[in-house]
Design a protein around this ligand. Structure first.
Ligand SMILES: Nc1ncnc2c1ncn2[C@@H]1O[C@H](COP(=O)(O)OP(=O)(O)OP(=O)(O)O)[C@@H](O)[C@H]1O
Length: 253
C-alpha cells in the first residue's frame, strides 16, 4: 500500500547542510501497523512528515497504492492519509470547540451530513455527546488525544501516521489510547505507520518495525522478534537491552 524508496532529506545549505534522512526505504501492506523506532534524532518523525506532505524538499520516491506522492499536500492526499501528533494540546486550536475541530475538515471537503458524522465519530472514539461543545482546556489529556484521533479520522482516511501518539499522556491513559487505536484499525482495516521510542508500544500494536539510526533504516523485523529475543542486528539488540535494563531499574525504584 505504501512504498518509500531512497528517501533523502537535508536541512540547511553549504557548510550548515545536515542530511537527516539517507536512502530510507520500506513498504507497508494494507491493514498493517508498521513501527519506526530508534534513538532520538534518528529521523523517525521526519519520515512521517515527508509522507504527510509537511516537507516538500525530499528526494527519492514515495507512493500509495502505486500512485506516486507529489510534493504538495492536496485534497486527495488528505482524504487518504492523516497524521496524529504527540501533543494533542498543541495540535488542537485552543479557541475551537470539538464540534468546530471536527466539522471544519468536512466543510472544506464539502461533505454532507456534517452533524451526524461528527456525532458518530465522537462515539467511535469513546466520547459522548457531552464533549461536543467543549474546548481543549475542558478535557483531560487522554480525551484530547481522542479528539485529535477523531479529527484525523473524520475524512475517513485509509492511513494514519501516528507520531508518538501516547508519549505525552499519563501512563494510566496510554493503554486506553493504544487499545482505541487497535480497535479502530481492526474495525476499519486502517493502515498505520507509528513512530515511537517505546518498544512496549511496538509489541502491543505493530506487525513489523523498522529500526532507524542516524537517518537510515538499519534493520526491519517482525515486532514479535523484539519481544522473544529474535533480534539479531547489534543496534536493535542494544535498543532492546537498554529498554530491559531501564524497566528493571524502574521496577526496583
Ligand atoms: N526543521 C528542521 N530544521 C533543521 N533540522 C531539523 C528540523 N527538523 C528536524 N531536524 C533535525 O533532523 C533530525 C531528525 O529529527 P526527527 O525529529 O525526525 O528525529 P526523531 O527520530 O523523530 O527524534 P525524537 O524521537 O527525539 O522525536 C534531528 O537531528 C533534528 O535536529
Amino acid at each position: 500500500m505504501i512504498t518509500v524508496n531512497e528517501l533523502a532529506l537535508s536541512f540547511g545549505s553549504g557548510g550548515q547542510r545536515n542530511k537527516v534522512l539517507n536512502e530510507v526505504g520500506f513498504s507497508v501492506k494494507e491493514g498493517e501497523v508498521f513501527g519506526l523506532v530508534g534513538e532520538s534524532g534518528s529521523g523517525k518523525s521526519t519520515v512521517l512528515r515527508c509522507l504527510a506532505g509537511l516537507y516538500s524538499h525530499w528526494e527519492g520516491e514515495m507512493a500509495i497504492a502505486g500512485q506516486p506522492l507529489g510534493r504538495k499536500i492536496d485534497r486527495e492526499r488528505c482524504r487518504l492519509m492523516q497524521m496524529v501528533f504527540q501533543d494533542p494540546y498543541g495540535s488542537l486550536h485552543p479557541r475551537h470547540t470539538v464540534d468546530t475541530a471536527l466539522s471544519e475538515p468536512l466543510k472544506i471537503h464539502k461533505m454532507d451530513n456534517i452533524g451526524e458524522r461528527v456525532r458518530q465519530m465522537l462515539l467511535k472514539v469513546g466520547l459522548n455527546e457531552s464533549f461536543r461543545y467543549r474546548y481543549p482546556h475542558q478535557m483531560s489529556g487522554g480525551q484530547r488525544q481522542r479528539v485529535a484521533i477523531a479529527r484525523a479520522l473524520i475524512l475517513e482516511p485509509r492511513i494514519l501516521l501516528l507520531d508518538e501518539p501516547t508519549s505525552a499522556l499519563d501512563v494510566s491513559v496510554q493503554a486506553e489510547i493504544l487499545n482505541l487505536l487497535a480497535e479502530l484499525r481492526a474495525r476499519d482495516g486502517l493502515t498505520y505507520i507509528l513512530v515511537t521510542h517505546d518498544l512496549g508500544v511496538v509489541v502491543h500494536l505493530c506487525d513489523r518495525v523498522a529500526v532507524m539510526q542516524q537517518g537510515r533504516i538499519v534493520d526491519t523485523l517482525d515486532s514479535a522478534s523484539l519481544s522473544n529475543g529474535g533480534a539479531t542486528h547489534p543496534y536493535t539488540r542494544s535498543l532492546v537491552d537498554a529498554t530491559r535494563s531501564y524497566s528493571r531499574e524502574m521496577a526496583a525504584v
